[in-house]
Ligand binder design. Structure first.
Ligand code: ADP
Ligand code: MG
Length: 233
């Protein structure tokens, strides 16, 4: 057996009984969740259902969560948020490289920017970018760290519909090339079906529906109906 086989087959996320309350109100109520290495998962749920809370816990950003979890090492996890969180006083390439040093890193940063369609914008300031470009830069900043697990919290939620569609294509393409595990939080049913191989619905603090999406299926419409029903829409 190849020495790296174990590492390749280790799940990226393995949660058992993940629980989180705020002021005595239970938001996550004993969540069990396995995400195999390389799987693209979308997490749907109503506003306030606990999606961001779950994502923060998986990212290791929440120290008050209880339960057990074998998770990807924190340095192999990247998080993308709804706003790009680029530092306005640093140029685009410097934002992508933040915390990384050296010529090799710089070259990788340039390549990552080219991959997301921002070649030539290395020296731009963040406020010179459109919303979509800023999210591209945020994806490049994740990519350059070669994450095993990419967490994204409504990353396209603030973009216009056309830009969003282009970003869907870009994210799926990046995933196909680099194969990180992805946990994408969204409230958009169509976005979830368009991007993910598996869609989860979070309700009442639990995973209420766990749907495998056959990407070749003619059954997109049927997925939509089932997901909307699970969401009570
Ligand atoms: P979603 O991302 O699905 O919209 P969140 O995970 O942000 O939902 O929030 C789930 C619930 O937990 C909400 O009712 C929210 O008010 C509550 N909540 C989240 N973070 C905190 C916090 N830091 N303090 C108190 N309540 C919180
Ligand atoms: Mg949220």
């Amino acid at each position: 057996m190849a020495p790296h086989t174990e590492q390749l087959t280790r799940p990226a996320v393995q949660l058992r009984g993940l629980t989180r309350s705020f002021d005595g109100r239970t938001v996550l109520d004993g969540i069990d969740l396995d995400i195999p290495a390389g799987q693209f998962v979308a997490l749907l749920g109503h506003s306030g259902s606990g999606k961001s809370t779950l994502l923060r816990a998986v990212a290791g950003l929440d120290h008050e969560v209880t339960g057990s979890g074998q998770l990807t090492a924190p340095e192999r996890v990247s998080v993308v948020f709804q706003d790009s969180r680029l530092l306005p006083w640093r140029r685009v390439l410097a934002n992508v490289l933040l915390g990384l040093d050296g010529k090799e890193a710089e070259q990788q940063g340039r390549e990552a920017l080219a991959e997301v369609g921002l070649a030539g914008r290395e020296r731009a300031w963040p406020n010179e970018l459109s919303g979509g470009e800023a999210q591209r830069a945020a994806l490049a900043r994740s990519l350059v760290r070669e994450p095993e697990l990419l967490l994204a919290d409504e990353p396209f939620g603030a973009l216009d519909a056309l830009t969003r569609i282009r970003m869907h294509a870009l994210l799926r393409e990046l995933w196909e090339r680099h194969r990180p595990s992805v946990l994408l939080v969204t409230h958009d049913v169509d976005e979830a079906i368009a991007l993910a191989d598996r869609v989860l619905v979070l309700e009442h603090g639990r995973i209420g529906l766990d749907l495998t999406v056959d990407r070749d299926a003619q059954a997109r419409g049927e997925y939509r109906v089932r997901l909307l029903a699970a969401l009570g829409v």
